[in-house]
Ligand binder design. Sequence first.
Ligand code: NAD
Length: 390
Amino acid sequence: MKTYRVAILGCRSRGTCAGRVYHAHPRTEVVGLCDLLEDRLHALSDELQVEARFTDLDKMIRQTHPDIVAIPTAPSLHAPLALRVLEHGVHIDVEKPMAMDLVEADAVAAKADEKGVQIAVHHQWRVHPWAQAITRAFDAGKIGDLRYIYASGKGYYGGFGLMEIGTHLLTQMIKFGGPCQSVTAHATTRGRPITPRDVLPAPRGNGTIAGDRVSASLQFGNGVTGTLLQHGFDKLNLDAHVVELYGTEGRLLWHPHAAWWLPTPHVLPVDGKDQWQKLEPLYPDSFETAMNGMDGGQMMEGDYWFVEEYVRALDEARPHECSGAEGRHVIEIISGIFESAAYGRRIDLPQVDREHPLLRWRREAGLGDPESMPTVDAEWHEEEQRRLGE
Ligand SMILES: NC(=O)c1ccc[n+]([C@@H]2O[C@H](COP(=O)([O-])OP(=O)(O)OC[C@H]3O[C@@H](n4cnc5c(N)ncnc54)[C@H](O)[C@@H]3O)[C@@H](O)[C@H]2O)c1
């Protein structure tokens, strides 16, 4: 059985997780690492005992001949670096979100098609042990027919939360609901509807956003409706960070750290039957031996599954469950949410106009692109408070 060769482009936090799981998995081997900053490059390479170290990604790919290149870098670099890596005709594992807008996402998808390679977008929560538990229960018919999906974020500033966390939640929603056909959304800043002046560059360089609270109603292909809330709160975690599937006979609730089943649709509380039951997480067979007690936390359990799924997908010559097509569709939904909130109308997907809807909205209002903002969360929020005169 083939061992897939993997190169890591970016050696900080997410690159370290990627390096560790690709190194640990019995069917993948880390053959090269690259970072512009040599201390990071050497720290991770020393840990993984890999000698092929580079500061030039093209050189790394030419010299190490990887099957897959992981791209765990800052959001605004996802598409530009993906395009550069794809030029070499290798599969990619690019961090989420896949791109900052649809123009970028389309370019990345087209380049992968042209080269005949795969894009996998790092939506690891969709294949995480708790998500596997949800899928198993769902496929076993434990909630009957799906009738509604609810998801909410982590309490981040709404538009930022949509890019940062919403991308993960949406990929889980479309897994069960099917492709999203249309979007109706509302966004407010400090309780009043957004205006073109509320369009801002997001914290952490996460694209162009608007609204501190974003609420969206989504119509899915399987005839199911969904609600996605991304509401900013002063205290994080007031929003639950969940995806909940409502069926005709029960409910399933996903959270990054657990998953539960309610064996009644709970239309109204039912005495003795409305107790949530915790599900059992599912791990790949190789997980325990490969990770050998390594404490990578919840996120790395998902990262391991993500690698396992890549191995299975390549073995079977089929797309990764977190494919580029799904990743691009998520960007369509996010753009649709922003467009609907800005223009106050339902948006049918996929949209013909691929320009960022918020930048178009500003331009039509006679405004240019928004001025730059700090990328660090705390400084960004201070600047936003100043802008709002608080
Ligand atoms: N999947 C998840 O659950 C999850 C969780 C947190 C963050 N993220 C995503 O991960 C990313 C951030 O990861 P991070 O904090 O490790 O990123 P980072 O930006 O701190 O580190 C990226 C590294 O890549 C290097 N780099 C950038 N351009 C390069 C180039 N051209 N050649 C070589 N090296 C280059 C940088 O020097 C840096 O060391 C974001 O996209 C974020 O959305 C995902």
